[in-house]
Design a binder for this molecule. Structure first.
Ligand code: MTE
Ligand code: MO
Length: 320
C-alpha cells in the first residue's frame, strides 16, 4: 500500500520516532520522502538480510493507545539472553558474532509434513507484518516494541498438525562455541519453551524476524524468535532452530529449573505474585529512571479481550 514497487522490507520504519510517526499516516509518508538518501541506503543494507517475501501487503502496526514505543536503543541494549551471559548488557556485547545465516529450522512431531527448511524458505510464503506489543518480563519491567514477523499459526497450518497435536515445543540453538553462556549450567540447554496448541494458533502469537523495521538484532533473538504478548517475556524464546508438535505438556527450561517459581502458562497476572516478589506493578524501561512511578500491570498484559477466553474455567492460580 505504501510502496507498491518495492519489496516490503524496504519500507523504512527504522528511524521512527516513538509515537509521533504513528499519529498520522500522512505525516509519516511525508517524513519518509524527506528522509535523506544516505539514511535510506544505510537502512537498506541493514534490511538486506530480511527474507524476501511476497510481502507487498506488509502491514504497519497499530500504535497502542496512550503508549509510546520504547526507544530502539533501549530495546536492543537491555536484554535477557542467557546464552550470552546473565547481565542485561551482555547480549548486546557478545551476541553480535552469532552466525544467523544459513539457518535451518526443523518442524516435526505430530504433523503430516515434517521438514527441515532454510529459514528464508520457511518464511517465503508469508508477508511480513508489524505488530506493536508490550513485552512484560517476570522481573518487573516492560517495553513497547514494534516487532516485524508472521503469525505462528499460519506457519504451523502448512505442516498440518495431526489430531494428536495438543502442544508446541520450541528449542533455541545449542552451540556452546558460539553461545558462551551455554558453557555454564545456568539452565538446562538448549533453552526450551512451549505453548498449548490453541495459544500457538492464536493470531496474536508471532514469529518475529525484525524490530523497528530492521532485521532482528542478535541480542533480541535473531534470526527467529517467538513473541507471545500476553505471557511473561521468558516464554518468547529466541534464536529458534526446532519446533515440534506434541501430545502432552512439555517441560520447559524454566519449569525444569524451578517449577515452584515458573509455571507452564506464565500468563501475565497482577494477582498472582512470583513467590519472591509482587507482579502487581511494572517499571517501563526508559521512563524516568528507577525513581519514576511504576505502572500497574494489566491482566494478560492488557490483551485480555483477545485471549481471556482461552482460559475459561481454569484456575489461574493453579495453572500459573
Ligand atoms: N533462548 C533464550 N530466549 C529467551 C531468553 C533467554 O535467556 N534465552 N530470555 C527470555 C526473557 S527472560 C525475556 S524477558 C525475553 C527478552 O527479550 P528481549 O531481549 O528481546 O527484550 O527473551 C526471552 N527469551
Ligand atoms: Mo524475562
Amino acid at each position: 500500500m505504501l510502496i507498491k514497487t518495492k519489496p516490503s522490507w524496504e519500507i523504512p520504519f527504522s528511524q521512527i520516532t516513538p509515537q509521533r510517526t504513528y499519529r498520522s499516516r500522512r505525516e509519516f509518508m511525508v517524513g519518509t520522502v524527506a528522509a535523506g538518501a544516505a539514511t535510506l541506503l544505510a537502512r537498506r543494507s541493514a534490511l538486506a538480510a530480511l527474507p524476501v517475501t511476497g510481502g507487498l501487503d506488509y502491514r504497519p502496526g497499530q500504535p497502542i493507545p496512550g503508549e509510546e514505543l520504547t526507544a530502539r536503543e533501549l530495546v536492543t541494549s537491555y536484554n535477557n539472553f542467557y546464552e550470552f551471559g546473565t547481565g542485561k548488557a551482555d547480549p548486546a556485547k557478545y551476541a553480535g558474532s552469532l552466525e544467523t545465516r544459513p539457518w535451518e529450522v526443523g518442524i516435526g512431531g505430530e504433523v503430516a509434513n515434517p521438514a527441515v527448511l532454510q529459514l528464508d524458505d520457511l518464511l517465503a510464503a508469508h508477508p511480513l507484518q508489524e505488530r506493536v506489543y508490550r513485552l512484560r518480563c517476570v522481573e518487573g519491567w516492560s517495553m513497547v516494541v514494534p516487532w516485524i514477523g508472521i503469525p505462528l499459526g499460519e506457519v504451523l497450518k502448512r505442516f498440518e498438525p495431526t489430531s494428536k497435536a495438543r502442544y508446541v515445543t520450541f528449542e533455541t540453538l545449542l552451540d556452546p562455541e558460539q553461545m558462551p553462556g551455554q558453557r555454564r549450567a545456568v539452565l538446562d540447554w538448549p533453552y526450551r519453551e512451549g505453548l498449548r496448541l490453541d495459544e500457538a494458533m492464536h493470531p496474536l502469537t508471532i514469529l518475529a524476524v525484525g524490530l523497528y523495521g530492521e532485521v532482528l538484532p542478535n541480542q533480541n533473538g535473531a534470526p527467529l524468535r517467538l513473541v507471545v504478548p500476553w505471557k511473561y517475556g521468558f516464554k518468547s524464546i529466541k534464536s529458534i532452530v526446532r519446533i515440534q508438535l506434541v501430545e502432552s505438556e512439555p517441560v520447559t527450561s524454566w519449569v525444569q529449573a524451578n517449577s515452584h517459581e515458573y509455571g507452564f502458562y506464565s500468563n501475565v497476572n497482577p494477582q498472582v505474585p512470583h513467590p519472591r516478589w509482587s507482579q502487581a506493578r511494572e517499571r517501563r524501561i526508559g521512563e524516568g529512571g528507577i525513581f519514576a512511578p511504576k505502572r500497574p500491570t494489566l491482566m494478560f498484559n492488557g490483551y485480555g479481550d483477545e485471549v481471556a477466553s482461552l482460559y475459561t474455567g481454569m484456575d489461574l492460580r493453579r495453572y500459573f
